[in-house]
Design a protein around this ligand. Structure first.
Ligand SMILES: O=C(O)CCC(=O)C(=O)O
Ligand SMILES: [Fe+2]
Length: 328
């Protein structure tokens, strides 16, 4: 895999080189009117100065070890460093599915001990929503997040309630492959550096998500390292955005935007927290529809068909009969 070295604010990063072109994600002060406009328009932006998780700037593995408490944390392991998400609830419908990662529950202290072991061949990625088992210091840090700004941003953009804060602690080199989520996200970086590759929802045709009933629903089937252009020809036309987020940066990651996230080498483990919000309700439908709304329609129709057929294996031929030679 070819790599290139890029320099950002006198810091050097080695990043993988992909086949598609990218534009930079704008990087703006959180109070910049242009940044507010981008959020309003559902466009990604890296925000500086918000201090959203400023009260957690001192979080590192040692501090989390001492203060996260003795609750159980979900830790994923992967041999190739890729952590393609899969939905446990969709496993039973797909008998031959082999999860690409293994999942183990352990305390944070057990996780930290594993991080220290250098003979570990597998890469590890802790992903756990913060809950009330955390110690008092973490509760204090959490209380001191910049909720004023978060709530104001939520209100201004009519987002629904916040649903969760996922704590992500990854080894250098872990990769979350391209997928989209169905919520708005203020993604806050605490330690280490992550490279985000983003694609707007209109690129659905280039990304080839798995079928709706598949455990990898919402994930791209395309392997960015080795894209199969015979199976996924439109991937040749994909155009992305990219940017690097570091400590104190917050990325606004709009709903339905595709994202691949890479923890970069040379700057320690990555620690991040998501602020996920339910979508703004649709008050009045305005035409033309946005590409995100079209993705939502496709999802709903796929869901309806899957449910009505009640047999996933008959879905491909059904879908083809519906469109082949008629809409193709
Ligand atoms: O940071 C990562 O590795 C994945 C984050 C992600 O997918 C998200 O916040 O939606
Ligand atoms: Fe995501």
């Amino acid at each position: 895999m070819a790599t290139e070295t890029i320099k950002v604010n006198s810091r050097e990063f080695v990043v993988k080189k992909y086949s598609f072109p990218t534009e930079q994600i704008p990087r703006l002060d959180y109070q910049d009117k242009k940044a507010e406009k981008l959020i309003e328009n559902g466009q990604p932006v890296i925000l500086t100065g918000s201090d959203l998780v400023g009260s957690a700037h001192h979080w590192d593995i040692g501090y989390l070890c001492s203060n996260l408490g003795s609750g159980q944390y979900t830790v994923y392991s992967s041999a190739d460093g890729k952590f393609k998400y899969y939905d446990d609830k969709k496993l039973t419908q797909n008998k031959q599915f082999k999860p690409p990662t293994t999942q183990t529950d352990m305390t944070f202290q057990e996780f930290a001990a594993k991080l220290k072991r250098k003979d570990n061949k597998e890469l590890m990625y802790l992903q756990q929503p913060l809950n009330d088992t955390v110690g008092t210091r973490i509760v204090m840090d959490f209380t001191n997040f910049n909720w004023g700004w978060a709530n104001e941003t939520q209100k201004k953009n009519h987002w629904g309630p916040m649903t969760s804060n996922l704590l992500l602690v990854g080894m250098e080199g872990v990769i979350t492959p391209a997928h989209y989520d169905e919520q708005e996200n203020l993604f806050a970086q605490i330690q280490g550096y992550k490279r985000f590759l983003l694609f707007d929802p209109s690129q659905f045709e280039c990304m080839y998500p798995y079928p709706i009933y598949h455990p990898h629903d919402r994930q791209s089937q395309v392997d960015f390292d080795n894209p199969d252009l015979t199976k996924f020809p439109n991937f040749a036309n994909v155009k992305g955005y990219e940017g690097i987020v570091g400590p104190r940066d917050v990325l606004y990651l709009p709903m339905y935007w595709w994202h691949q996230v890479e923890s970069l080498h040379g700057h320690g483990e990555t620690i991040s927290i998501t602020f996920w919000y339910k979508a703004a309700p649709t008050v009045k439908v305005v035409y033309p529809l946005t590409s995100g709304q079209k993705v939502a329609i496709m999802r709903n129709i796929e869901k309806m068909i899957a449910e009505a057929l009640n047999d996933n294996e008959s879905m491909p031929s059904f879908m083809q009969a519906m469109v082949q030679g008629r809409y193709t």
